[in-house]
Design a protein around this ligand. Structure first.
Ligand code: DAH
Length: 349
């Protein structure tokens, strides 16, 4: 077939192509293995030498012509297809949306994280201990032997005989941590964790609650270090004007033992419902680690001294967020949880 004829056919064939499939068939017709342009190309070898150049050029021109019209149509058809798709898949952003309720961190978890941050900034590690504990760690090594009256105050869930129990306090983590230090390493830890007591649940009692235990063992530690530490913590939690005071108390594992109060952040000491008109709120039990407790865990009390404390995370969260029922933390009613989130939770209802 003559080059000119092929050229005219191309112009005719490609005049009104509106379909990508047809366009592709035409590509095969002209440029495929047995396509017309391909055939013209293979004819070059039969052309006398002096005409080869001109013939070759005209075949090339026809190929370029086909290619450029083909590209143009392909572009147009693809753009049209895309536009059609965009229109059919368009989203009407003015339609009302389905509301999705947002989650929020548990208020207790938030408080614990805040306490952890403060202590970590002072070089403390956050450590863990088992909730199923041995009597030895929960009581014996904390200076509370069998028959000691202090056991009565912590009505304990025993799991197997008299030796395995659900820990009634986070204090056993003190023992476990000191044992790891082997009487040689200073200790600086806090341990937030679940504790269990055979209490009937009511507004202020829960058979399972969170304690945050702290222990510092080093050289030349005194009660004033404990006081300074608590000032830093409670100023962060309740504001800069909070004061801390110690009252004498008794715990078998500390000597001396103290009860730590903070000045009422609500009435600033004048007397209100929260502080029961005393101006002070009791937060925490604490004291200097008892020499026997140090000794039992391998620390020589002649060389080492330390302080320890333990407080209920729920109690502090209840004060901070003005919650009056401890059960609020453990029921899963989102409406209640939202209530005390103080605007940090977006209200989607
Ligand atoms: N474990 C005590 C309790 O559950 C709280 C406590 C008091 C922990 C004094 C301490 C401490 O580490 O020194 O009542």
């Amino acid at each position: 077939m003559k080059v000119l004829e092929v050229k005219e056919m191309i112009l005719e064939d490609l005049k009104e192509v509106n379909d990508l499939k047809i366009l592709n068939d035409l590509r095969v017709k002209y440029l495929g293995k047995k396509g017309l342009i391909t055939e013209l190309n293979s004819e070059i070898k039969n052309i006398p030498n002096e005409e080869k150049k001109v013939f070759g050029q005209s075949v090339n021109e026809v190929r370029t012509l086909f290619q450029s019209i083909y590209d143009e149509i392909k572009n147009r058809l693809e753009t049209e297809a895309l536009n059609r798709r965009l229109i059919s898949e368009a989203i009407d952003i003015s339609l009302p949306s389905t509301k999705v309720s947002m989650g929020a961190p548990n208020i207790l978890e938030k408080l614990i994280e805040e306490v952890e941050e403060v202590f970590m900034s002072m070089g403390y590690d956050v450590v863990d201990g088992p909730e199923i504990e041995e009597d030895k760690y929960n009581f014996e090594m904390l200076n509370i032997p069998k028959g000691h009256p202090a056991r009565d105050a912590q009505d304990t869930f025993y799991l197997e005989g008299e030796e395995i129990l659900l820990r009634s306090q986070t204090s056993p983590v003190q023992v476990r941590t000191m044992l790891k230090g082997k009487g040689e390493m200073p200790v600086r830890v806090i341990c937030p964790g679940k504790t269990y007591r055979r209490d009937d649940d009511d507004a202020t009692h829960s058979h399972q609650f969170m304690q945050i235990e702290g222990l510092l063992v080093d050289k030349d530690i005194s009660l004033s270090d404990l006081k300074g530490t608590f000032l830093i913590l409670f100023k962060k939690l309740f504001g800069d004007d909070v004061e801390v005071r110690f009252r004498p108390s008794y715990y078998p594992f500390t000597e001396p033992s103290v009860e730590i109060d903070i000045s009422c952040f609500n009435c600033k000491g004048k007397g209100c419902n929260i502080c029961k008109r005393t101006g002070w709120i009791t937060i925490c039990g604490a004291g200097m680690v008892h020499p026997d407790v140090l000794r039992m865990s391998g620390y020589d009390p002649e060389v080492w001294s330390g302080f320890a404390f333990g407080f209920g995370a729920e109690r502090v969260a209840m004060l901070k967020y003005d919650i009056n029922d401890i059960r609020t933390f453990y029921n899963t009613d989102l409406r209640e949880i939202k209530n005390f989130d103080r605007g940090e939770l977006e209200n989607n209802d």
